[in-house]
Design a protein. Sequence first.
Length: 144
Amino acid sequence: GRWLGDGWLRTGQRTHRPFGQKWGQVLICDSLSKEEELRLAIEAVTDKYSVERSKGIVKFKLCGQVFCNWLKENFGQYSYGKELPSWVYGMNCDWRAALLKGICDSDGHKQGENMWKISTVSQKLAEGIRILGEIAGYSTTIHL
């Protein structure tokens, strides 16, 4: 979920290698104040990452073409092209809740006691988040 809100992919042809042999990086960033929270979320998935800090932000880099391709094929690429694949709605309840929490932690903000607002430029992702929220029992609305 954190990658959907605050992440992006970098890929490219590996230098001095046959055409088609590419490298890939998955990047996720946040403010320095959220570094520990983000680190714990990433370490729940992998211990293979590097950290870069600059100008008030922390950037986590996870290297791996396979993971990079999997994210791109399942969740899209670029802020306007991200979406939720249909199989996430069939995941177990805890995984769906973790995905929704990650999205809220990255692109959301709490407004009042019982309301979250999530911003995205991707209409498909907004619709997917709405469905995910309704499956979890929340009342949802999309505003353009």
